[in-house]
Ligand binder design. Structure first.
Ligand code: ATR
Length: 263
């Protein structure tokens, strides 16, 4: 039986095993997918096990998407451009790092038929998933991307990867069509983003990477102001589907049952 893992810290909340094992069962694959909490100094263990084929594939989540890179033999173009790896597989005895968060974001947006091309995007936060979102936004030909982060330096560092980014001071609101919450504010039900969004008007699109809780206060505010909203559930499902496809050679169908697994 093949073994797959998601590695992160913390990891107990991860819904990846539920989704991956559901597809493994549906497609009659002889495999199991588990979660494992590691500290950074234990990461090497994963790669020893992968080279020994005791572990056949892995997802990497917060905070290790960049930290795993030195252990790998090759990065896909997407992983290289974002300096972020969320999916690892072995190909001809070489460890390959890929980034399916990009696919996840893009396919999630396409699924809901939001016409994103030529839109002005404003991103809040500069954490692990943001380079993937920026890469996907550029691929989908948005007109401009502004970004604000509490720690400005982290937003500025992203300019090394994406030179056209506009850095905005945390608390300021630039003109935008779509605003993306990529901070961790909202993971706790009472979390509030300290931004004054009251003057932004309608016909905007509020997107939150967080999908649990289903509707953060950020999305509630967006809705109250008369805007469209979407959470990060489809992004999560599609990144998982792309990883599954890499490991097992099948692209799983995204049906209501799979979507409900994450409720
Ligand atoms: P990591 O930074 O390890 O990748 P993450 O969960 O992906 O972790 O990112 C957390 C994001 O939420 C960061 O952009 C963080 O801002 P800082 O870079 O300033 O830490 C942001 N964040 C978390 N709590 C916040 C708060 N109370 N106010 C503003 N931003 C916050």
């Amino acid at each position: 039986m093949k073994k797959y893992l998601v590695i992160g810290n913390p990891i107990s909340h991860s819904l990846s095993p539920r989704l991956q094992n559901y597809w493994i069962k549906n497609y009659n694959i002889d495999a199991i997918y588990e979660k494992e909490k590691l500290n950074e100094d234990e990461l090497e263990k994963l790669f020893i096990n992968m080279r020994d084929k005791k572990v056949n594939g892995a997802n990497i989540t917060v905070p290790f998407k960049k930290a795993v890179i030195p252990f790998l033999d090759k990065l896909s173009a997407e992983a290289e451009s974002t300096q972020a790896v969320n999916t690892i597989y072995l190909e001809n005895d070489r460890l390959i790092g890929h980034n399916t968060d990009i696919d996840g974001f893009e396919m999630g947006i396409k699924k809901i038929n939001y016409n994103i091309s030529n839109k002005k995007i404003f991103i809040l936060g500069a954490g692990g998933v943001v380079p993937s979102i920026i890469y996907a936004l550029n691929k989908m030909k948005v007109s401009e991307i502004s970004i604000a982060n509490r720690t400005r330096k982290k937003a500025e560092n992203l300019k090394n990867l994406f030179d056209k980014l506009k850095i905005v001071e945390w608390g300021k609101i630039p003109d935008f069509d779509m605003i993306i919450n990529a901070t961790s504010i909202g993971l706790k039900k009472d979390d509030e983003i300290n931004l004054n969004l009251l003057s932004i008007g309608k016909n905007k699109f509020f997107y939150d990477v967080i999908y649990n809780p289903k509707e953060t206060n950020f999305l509630k505010t967006g809705k109250k102001l008369g805007n469209a909203t979407e959470n990060g559930k489809l992004m999560f499902i599609y990144q998982a589907a792309s990883a599954f496809n890499i490991w097992h050679g099948v692209r799983p169908v995204i049906n209501d049952e799979a979507i409900k697994l994450l409720d």
